[in-house]
Design a protein around this ligand. Sequence first.
Ligand code: 2AM
Ligand code: CA
Ligand code: CA
Ligand code: CA
Length: 275
Amino acid sequence: VGPTSSACLEELLACGVAAVRQAAAFALDPGEELRVEAKAHRNDLVTQVDRGVEERIAGHLEATGVPIHGEEAHRVEDFETYLGRAWVLDPIDGTLNYVATHRDWAISLALVDDGAPTVAVLADPVAGRLYTAIRGRGAWVQPLLEGSAGTDDAAPRALERLEDLPLSEGMLIAHYQLTQDAGIGQAIEASRGMRCYGAAALEMAEVAAGGAVVYAQPRLQPWDVAAGALLCAETGAALTRMDGAPFDVRRAGSLLVGTPTAHAEVLGHLRAVGD
Ligand code: 2AM
Ligand code: CA
Ligand code: CA
Ligand code: CA
């Protein structure tokens, strides 16, 4: 592993950033009325914009020669055990929010190599923020839209390493179905308060940026978590399944991510009621 391979990751990051910026502009202003369809159940929605974003990004990334594993149209076969490089894409994370309120949705793209996320591009288009990361080199946030060249506020700013705050000094992000779990109930009591944004990628970015000390969610897919997992790892968050098992972004399952101390506290609450 020498300078060539790192230059290569930077090129792939630049390509991902260009693809996501272009697709975000489209999703912010698709120029036609939304057409909403239900998939597996009545709240599992997809729109022509989800599909359009995936198509646009896939088209842009074709030149990289890396296969795409995306929520709406692209699949890498046997992804759970896939080795090598793949782009993992959630064209719109938080489709329900996109349809209902037009905010709290994200575009999440990651390059995964032998199951490990190595490049992350995560856009919060309504907030105008773009998060990026390269494995082992850090995570950054910058304006989604490119400002006038040379201005300081357009440059990527490194996300600071997380202060290892306990649950009592921060917010806990969890979803309704989890609030009825006794262990999570205890953890909510021990925290400053509970929040829920309904977009897993943004919830992970919130932990990486220090806005919440922990986030728990029972069932997530690779495209929900691949980019967020790298942002969180690069800022020093602890990341496992909700039972403490190791996390593999290639497999669907639960997620518990947070500052090392808050993460351990929540695991303790979950285990205390599980015994
Ligand atoms: P999505 O909007 O891309 O489907 C909402 O609670 C969060 O969980 C979102 O990140 C949503 O992603 C994700 N999610 C994963 N599987 C889901 C499902 N079957 N139905 C609704 N949301 C799902
Ligand atoms: Ca979906
Ligand atoms: Ca999603
Ligand atoms: Ca989606």
